[in-house]
Design a protein. Sequence first.
Length: 251
Amino acid sequence: MKFTKKQIDRYSRQIILKKIGTVGQKKLLRSSVLIVGAGGLGSPVAIYLAALGIGNIGIIDKDVVETSNLSRQIIFSSNDVKKKKSLIAVNKLKKLNPDIQLKSFQKKLTIKNIDQIAKRFDVMVDGSDNFRTRFLINDYCLANKKILVSGAINRFDGQVYTFNFSKNESPCLRCFMPNMPINSDDNCETEGILGTLAGIVGSIQANEVIKEIVGIGDTLCGYILIIDALKLTFRKVKLNKRSDCFCYEKK
Ligand SMILES: [Zn+2]
């Protein structure tokens, strides 16, 4: 593939980075990322990935925009309330970067449709708000050797983890959370969430996606990043593969 003049201009600040260059930018343009959830995390992830030239982006979300979303879901505006999230998000991103392919899925991700939707994507970004979806994405990415970058936010606390399942040594979500938590339906509706934390965690997720695709730096694969936005501490905790885990038996 050859860059157009416009592409060289648009991505010039990345292309001049030695670790990215034209080779890295081409990798980004050839890559495909599915963002699950166009919410607090999905908003910054989608904006950054579209802006910096991920060539194919899919966004799946079954919901419509609510007024209570606007404090952190920065891809939406007040006049988007009651409109379909995935469609609005894709339309905004098309304006941001007409150079990339975008696809919206206005539905819930389920065990029945996940393969049909996700098979064409190399990377999945989990910005969902419930454990059922988190486990579904984990198990799918594991079985299909995809890269998963997951984020979670609650009140003032955030977590990010990256699993590159093309590498045999990668642990999985079930290694540190073998069973779904009992309070698995708790989310920001009941617990509350600081808007800026979504931006911090989502930006770190986007940063992880870029490093995995270009193959630079150290990603969080094998670690969980624990963020306390009040104390402003970032702890990287090693995540070991458990010998009794589902992912261990699979390999
Ligand atoms: Zn595991």
